[in-house]
Ligand binder design. Structure first.
Ligand code: NI
Length: 215
């Protein structure tokens, strides 16, 4: 979850089924907005409960919104890749992600997306689940990123080497790693990952659960 000018944005909530997040109390999470990159269970597990308790507005692709609506979520903005929306305190743009998207019950999830957020104080990129992609080179043509959240766990997404290449593609040297350690196939060696990034002049932060970072 991120806070910009007093407004909170939660990305891809996967908490109750996540053993690493067992100490997080979902009932205390009250975001103004929930952004969902795609329909996979490890990105949407707690979306319905949080959206309902916080009366958050959900921003996701048309197909993901349609599924959430069937589960009882009423405040949502269906969008698709390439589209942007002005939320007043920031602009959210849905960008390409090289991945797949289906919902937990197997229904079609549309295309996966990443999000570029531009606000008065700066810009950042939340990549969602994605492979390294040439499309990422388009992002710095639009804005100068202060930091980016990139998947680094390999197996289902980019691994460490490709994520460092992605940092070069997006011309951003402050990277927050995500999508690592949750399941055995995506466990990483933190020291090796940080050393690889440092060797390329990049700073990799691997946040721990409940940690607060400031940018
Ligand atoms: Ni996924």
């Amino acid at each position: 979850m991120l806070e910009i000018e007093g407004k909170s944005i939660l990305f891809d909530p996967f908490i109750t089924p996540n053993p690493l997040a067992k100490d997080v109390d979902v009932s205390t999470i009250l975001p103004d907005f929930i952004l969902i990159s795609h329909g996979h269970g490890d990105h949407i597990a707690d979306a319905v409960a949080i959206a309902q308790q916080a009366k958050s507005q959900v921003i996701a692709t048309y197909e993901v919104c349609e599924w959430l609506n069937k589960k009882g979520v009423e405040n949502f903005v269906p969008m698709n890749t390439g589209g942007k929306i002005n939320l007043g305190f920031c602009t959210v743009k849905l960008v390409y992600a090289a991945h797949s998207s289906s919902l937990p019950d197997g229904s079609y999830g549309g295309n996966p997306v990443g999000f570029v957020i531009i606000h008065k104080g700066g810009s950042f990129y939340y990549a969602g689940d994605t492979a390294l992609s040439n499309e990422m080179k388009l992002i710095p043509e639009e804005c100068k990123l202060d930091f980016a959240m990139l998947p680094i766990g390999d197996h289902f997404t980019m691994g460490i080497t490709d994520a460092a290449k992605a940092a070069k593609f997006i011309q951003c040297d402050k990277i927050i790693g995500m999508h690592f350690d949750t399941f055995p196939p995506i466990q990483i060696n933190h020291d090796n990952a940080k050393a690889h990034f440092a060797g390329l002049g990049l700073e990799l932060t691997l946040p721990i659960i409940n940690q607060t970072l400031e940018f």
